[in-house]
Design a protein around this ligand. Structure first.
Ligand code: IVH
Length: 700
């Protein structure tokens, strides 16, 4: 879409715009330049996956444009890169008619199906061999976009194929959908484009990790996450899901009757995908393949199935399309499907099984998780017999009953889940799933805190919780005691060789050596791993304690505030809240933990047993370049990980502050900095610098 010359010009424009921030005399011109440059970099980032500038530089250009537009509101246009994020909520989704009905595709499952379909296409077209374009079948939510006079004017869901819901505001949050595109260069005045919105595997994983940190059940699969997002009330929430859109079909065009259009109209599906790409859309230009004859198509489809798991997004098959657009018209369609295209479906990652019983597992924070036990089934090469149902609301919402035939799905490397019970197969003998009122392990009464969906056992001495806490303590991301593992923790606990966390450092190896499977070598390995764990960095120990809401990242930040882990005893809740990344809930949880006597005894015992509770990293200064200076980092940095940057401060003899106060010398600001920046602006003695400035301060 951009020629080499254009790229060079845009890059030098980027550099000059980054150098100056005072554009008052030339607002109109500079605004246009900034928009061009920002669109170019959005395309490099979101479409081509090959950015040419850092996020920080992008943000600084974006802020320049925002500033100029707020000084000159009359110059704001709807397709400006700043105008994606609307502030208004979607009150309702209006039903709209598609310009052309959105048909679904006929399915094929094997080579014979494709041979049959090709035979019919050849018969109808009276050709010996047909040219096909093959591309992935994206597993998301289908959308239709309409552009008029080069501007995005409407986006809609598929709905029933004839009518869908208008979701333009939400689609504007997807950065791979251009707000304007130069269709006029192809002589097109109005166009309807079809595509698929999806959440890629990485965004889906990260989003679920964030939900888990807040104790919320994860989203079941990326497809639902994408389609659910399209109908959200708040466009800002949509933006948080980091959606992507692939555009793969033009269903309608209206000519602008301009005889002098720059480019001829595409004559094949393949060149149509190229046109979309050149206009700034993410079409499957790179993924598509054109073949003459069906055999190569079949080979390609079969080969692609093996690559399915290596793709960054979910696909559920391939789509084979007749390449010549005039031939597509000739073949036309049945009432349901076009005759010029067919889906080749990959092997199902769904299967059915019987729900035999539901077990209730107690987690390390006392959460009770219902787990469905089903007759083992093979789904996409993996045998599944146990499936988490997350919480009572999920079970109720799905109306699951013991004895139900259930539809099970496993998408990519995502954990399997029950899609729904097949209610039509019920015999009447199915039984209701009854939630226990008492803990299945310690039999104490269960509680459900207000506003939460999870029942909890609040007896901290509940055996199940104790075991889970030890398992967490020794796990890879916590103290990383390699040869321990879940099974050994459970075994030692059952045999009364281990009763609590300090017990990890008091194991009776004589007794263990008498157990089956514990030869000298495995005992030596276990001893060494336990010994090594004593000097793990303090944040690992803090995370390993399993304090509610204290995830890995929070633990890393928290330890900067203390010289010794037990210093947390001296913090008030307000002081804790003033620390970076600590909200009200987190502060209350940490405060509670460090005010329970048993917990303090446990930590003292660990220290006596040789576990490092001092913040060793804080004393590692190698020189005194930053002596007497305090630094605080906020927002997302591009070149340095925050924890590395903090380490650099300490190595140079400086201190990392835990919040903004008049004692702070430098606030290092990354992208999306929030309240800390606002607060620091009010204190004149604080120098507010960016990541680059910080890097320049470091000794070479
Ligand atoms: S072409 C008129 N191409 O699969 C046919 N569809 O039932 C237009 N899909 O509803 C569809 N990837 O949502 C086409 N590369 C692709 C696709 C694709 C996914 C979806 C689409 C459609 C369904 C088929």
């Amino acid at each position: 879409m951009y020629t080499q010359t254009q790229i060079k010009e845009l890059q030098s424009l980027t550099t000059s715009l980054l150098k100056t921030a005072d554009h008052r005399p030339l607002a109109t011109e500079v605004i246009e330049k900034l928009r061009r440059v920002l669109r170019f970099h959005e395309n490099r980032y979101y479409i081509q996956n090959d950015p040419l500038i850092s996020d920080f530089e992008y943000d600084s250009l974006y802020k320049q444009l925002e500033k100029l537009e707020s000084d000159n509101p009359a110059l704001i246009t709807k397709d400006s890169p700043t105008q994606r994020v609307g502030s208004s909520l979607n009150t309702s989704f209006v039903t709209v008619q598609h310009l052309v009905p959105m048909l679904s595709l006929e399915n094929s499952y094997n080579a014979e199906d494709l041979l049959d379909w090709d035979r019919k296409a050849k018969e109808l077209s009276k050709l010996d061999e047909v040219e096909y374009c093959v591309e992935p079948k994206f597993d998301g939510a289908s959308i239709s976009l309409i552009y008029e006079n080069d501007q995005l004017v409407r986006a809609a869901t598929r709905g029933d194929g004839v009518e869908g819901e208008e979701i333009t505001n939400n689609i504007r949050q997807i950065r791979s959908v251009p707000l304007s595109a130069k269709f006029s260069a192809y002589g097109i005045q109005q166009i309807e484009i079809r595509g698929e919105v999806l959440m890629n595997k990485n965004s889906f994983k990260k989003y679920n990790e964030r939900l888990a940190e807040q104790n919320l059940p994860p989203l079941a699969n990326a497809r639902n996450a994408a389609s659910g997002a399209l109908r959200m009330k708040d466009p800002k929430e949509v933006a948080k899901r980091n959606l992507e859109a692939f555009l793969y079909h033009v269903s309608y065009t209206l000519d602008d009757n301009n005889p002098k259009s720059e480019h001829p109209k595409p004559e094949t599906h393949s060149s149509m995908l190229d046109m979309l790409w050149d206009l700034g859309f993410r079409s499957p230009k790179k993924e598509k393949k054109v073949y003459k004859g069906i055999q190569k198509v079949i080979d390609h489809c079969l080969a692609f199935e093996t690559e399915r798991d290596t793709l960054p997004y979910e696909i559920d098959g391939m789509v084979v399309k007749v390449n010549e657009l005039t031939l597509q018209d000739k073949l036309s369609q049945t009432t349901h499907h076009p005759r010029w295209a067919i889906a080749f479906k990959f092997k199902a990652r769904q299967g059915t099984s019987i729900l035999r019983k539901v077990e209730f597992q107690v987690g390390r924070t006392g959460s009770i998780t219902p787990v469905a036990k089903i007759d083992p089934i093979l789904v996409g090469g993996v045998t599944i017999s146990s499936i988490s149902l997350f919480n009572e609301d999920v079970v109720k919402e799905k109306d699951l009953r013991i004895g139900d035939t259930v539809l099970v799905e496993r998408a990519g490397d995502v954990i399997p889940y029950i899609v729904k019970p097949l209610a039509e197969l019920r015999t009447g003998k199915e039984e209701e799933i009854i939630f226990p009122k008492k803990c299945p392990v310690c039999h104490d009464e269960l509680f459900k805190p207000e506003g939460e969906a999870v029942w909890r056992c609040i007896n901290i001495n509940c055996e199940a919780q104790v075991v889970e806490r030890i398992i967490h303590f020794v796990s890879k991301d916590a103290m990383d005691i390699k040869s321990f593992g879940d099974a050994n923790v459970r075994k030692f606990y059952e045999m009364h060789l281990l009763k609590d966390i300090p017990g990890v450092y008091q194991l009776d190896f004589d007794s263990i050596s008498k157990l089956e499977g514990f030869g000298k070598k495995s005992i030596d390995n276990l001893k060494a791993a336990i010994e090594n764990s004593k000097t793990q960095p303090l944040h690992r120990l803090l995370f390993g304690l399993g304090i509610r809401y204290v995830g890995e990242t929070t633990a890393k930040t928290l330890v900067h505030s203390v010289e010794h882990l037990l210093d947390f005893r001296n913090f008030t809740e307000e002081q804790l809240q003033a620390l970076d990344e600590v909200g009200v809930k987190v502060a209350a949880s940490i405060y509670r933990f460090f005010h329970i006597e048993d917990n303090i005894h446990m930590l003292e015992k660990l220290e006596k047993l040789g576990v490092q509770l001092k913040n060793e990293k804080k004393q590692l200064a190698e020189n005194d370049n930053f002596a007497g200076q305090t630094f605080l980092f906020t927002g997302t940095m591009v070149q340095l990980k925050r924890s590395d940057a903090e380490e650099m401060v300490e190595k140079n003899g400086g201190k990392v502050a835990s919040g903004v106060s008049s004692k702070l010398n430098y606030l290092v600001v990354g992208a999306d900095a929030g309240s800390k920046l606002e607060k620091a602006k009010k204190i004149p003695s604080i120098s507010i610098i960016n990541e680059e400035d910080f890097i320049k301060m470091l000794p070479i």
